[in-house]
Design a protein around this ligand. Structure first.
Ligand SMILES: [Zn+2]
Length: 579
């Protein structure tokens, strides 16, 4: 195996060639603020920008959630990739050719990293196996053609076939030198209960859709039923789809099928099309809708939304038209609206899904997406059939639809939809507004709270103004030789050696944040430093005056005259500082 071992010099070279504000600027709208840039943090939800980027120090930091780092950590985090992938990506952009080494010390790699790589290899081998199986089964390829899937699409999405047998894949992988445990842990085989120590293939007689991670590596599979194992005693109808279980590689709530390919298109189109099934997904891409992603056998989660929300806030939800689909859609829409997405829903001819439309005519699918209506308008219509009478319909709207309006972040948007709902159901706007106030958003909010997904975290810490000011100076002029000597003298004079050292220790964790704060004052370092020294002095004066006043209450006579004089002096100095 070949590892990339970036040498520090290469990492440095990439950093120098790629200004951090340009790398981050592709994801976050930044505006200049003094020597730095600020924008809205892509890692937590916020209305006012608290995400700071320093081109000089090649670093970024969010004052809201505390995320910080350099271009590599940024790309890792925002694209959900590992360091090596981020490194390769940025090296390519910077035009830096990475030097390869193949002799890295295995012991240095952590156990789980090692395991992850092993499982990725197993998944990759399995994908190749499934691909070759499909190539040899003409009737399955023909079935795919009949569903509208072109050969290029089969190749591009690496579709395959898991033979209708109990152990073909396992045998193949064991033959490649992997252990039974490896195959089980990759989610491809199941341990036999009847024959301890034996394993059997999880996917049998199924068309295989590999699921990819953000960097395009296969991490799991979804298998659509095609045929039963010959002479199998399995009873009943097999599940239409079988998915990989959760593994070290595969976390359902965080993976979206197609995300790795759709990412760039989503950003470009500023739009996300979310579909339900594997065929929907590959056919949407084939039809010229490259900004499509699909859920992989799970409901929409806050993690999915936070992954998508960094790329675009315009979400088109393509739902199954049946009642279960509508119910799931209500939940997904509420969650997305609450997370600040603009949610639209296309209407498909009854009983059809995106894959059907794409097969008939890709233009039909595109047109349906283009003419999507807002979630509220869609559900106003979709909830009507099946209701007993007009009153039942209105109550259903109150229970099911108003929670969606309630979670909207913009009051103007809310007002807009209150009017639309009132018009459609023929009720006074005031009545709708009162119902809205009463309506509860239970399930949605609870779900979001549980996941801890979007809620803004607490500020990193609350510091006294004096500590912050002192911290900024100490860290900014860390190199004591470079610190202007009079500043050092004044700092010690004001705070004393001991207190200064204590502040430095206490604020060690906040170093990065304080540096950014200092820089946010402007480009004149001397003036900023002077202002901070005055802040410190003011704060010390205030403390001293406060205790003097308290003392004046307690003492009398001669003593109070001395204290009074001292207080007057302090007051005078305070006024000087105010100027
Ligand atoms: Zn943040």
């Amino acid at each position: 195996m070949v590892y990339y071992v970036p040498m520090d010099s290469q990492v440095q070279e990439i950093k120098e060639k790629l200004p951090i504000n340009e790398v981050i600027g592709q994801y976050v709208q930044l505006r200049r603020a003094g020597r730095n840039f600020v924008g809205k943090c892509p890692f937590h939800k916020e209305r006012t920008p608290s995400f700071h980027v320093s081109p000089e120090r090649n670093s970024y930091m969010c004052f809201g959630c505390g995320e910080k780092g350099d271009i590599f950590t940024f790309v890792q985090k925002i694209d959900g990739v590992d360091f090596v992938t981020a490194l390769k990506q940025l090296a390519e952009r910077a035009g830096v050719v990475l030097k390869q080494h193949s002799y890295i010390d295995e012991a240095e790699r952590t156990e789980s990293k090692h395991k992850e790589e092993k499982l990725l290899e197993v998944c990759e081998e399995a994908t190749k196996f499934f691909e070759s199986q499909l190539a040899s089964r003409k009737e399955i390829v023909e079935y795919l053609h009949a569903r509208g899937v072109k050969d290029e699409t089969v190749k591009e999405w690496r579709l395959g076939y898991a033979p209708a047998s109990w152990e073909d894949l396992s045998k193949y992988l064991l033959g490649k030198g992997y252990t039974k445990d490896d195959v089980v842990e990759a989610g491809l085989a199941v341990k036999s209960e009847r024959k301890p120590g034996e394993v059997y293939d999880r996917f049998r007689g199924r068309i295989m859709f590999p699921l990819f991670d953000a960097s395009g590596k296969v991490i799991a599979f979804s298998g659509r039923f095609f045929e039963k194992v010959l002479g199998s005693k399995e009873e009943g109808d097999p599940a239409k789809y079988v998915n990989s279980p959760e593994t070290l590689l595969f976390k359902k709530s965080k993976v979206l099928y197609g995300f790795d390919r759709a990412r760039a298109a989503i950003r470009k189109a500023d739009c996300i099309l979310l579909v339900e099934g594997q065929f929907d997904l590959i056919l949407a891409h084939q039809s010229g809708l490259p900004f499509t992603v699909a859920l992989s056998g799970t409901a929409l989660t806050p993690e999915h939304l936070s992954l998508l929300g960094r790329l675009s806030k315009r979400l088109v939800l393509a739902l199954d038209g049946d009642s279960a689909g509508i119910r799931a859609g209500l939940k997904s829409a509420a969650m997305a609206l609450q997370a600040g997405f603009d949610v639209k829903i296309p209407t498909f001819e009854s009983g059809k899904d995106p894959a059907d439309l794409a097969r008939e005519n890709p233009e039909l699918l595109k047109a349906a997406v283009r003419t999507s209506r807002t979630a509220i308008e869609f559900f106003l219509e979709a909830l009507r059939p099946g209701t007993r009478d007009d009153r039942a319909y209105k109550l259903l709207i109150e229970q099911q639809l108003l929670p969606l309006v309630k979670v909207m972040q913009s009051p103007i948007d809310q007002a807009h939809f209150v009017r639309i709902v009132a018009q459609r159901i023929g009720a006074p706007e005031d009545a709708v507004r009162i119902a809205l106030q009463k309506s509860r958003v239970h399930s949605v909010q609870e779900a979001v709270a549980e996941e801890g997904g979007e809620a803004a975290p607490e500020p990193v810490s609350l510091l006294l103004p004096l500590e912050r000011a002192a911290g900024m100076l100490v860290f900014k002029f860390e190199d004591k030789d470079k610190m202007p000597s009079d500043m050092r003298v004044r700092l010690v004079e004001l705070l004393g050696q001991e207190r200064l050292a204590a502040i430095e220790t206490k604020l060690g964790q906040e170093r990065e944040r304080l540096l950014f704060e200092f820089e946010s004052f402007g480009t004149d370092e001397a003036a900023s430093a002077e202002a901070l020294l005055q802040t410190i002095e003011r704060s010390i004066l205030e403390d001293e005056m406060k205790s003097l006043r308290e003392e004046l209450y307690r003492v009398g006579g001669q003593e109070s005259a001395v204290l009074g004089k001292r207080l007057l002096d302090l007051k005078r100095r305070q006024q000087e500082l105010r100027k």
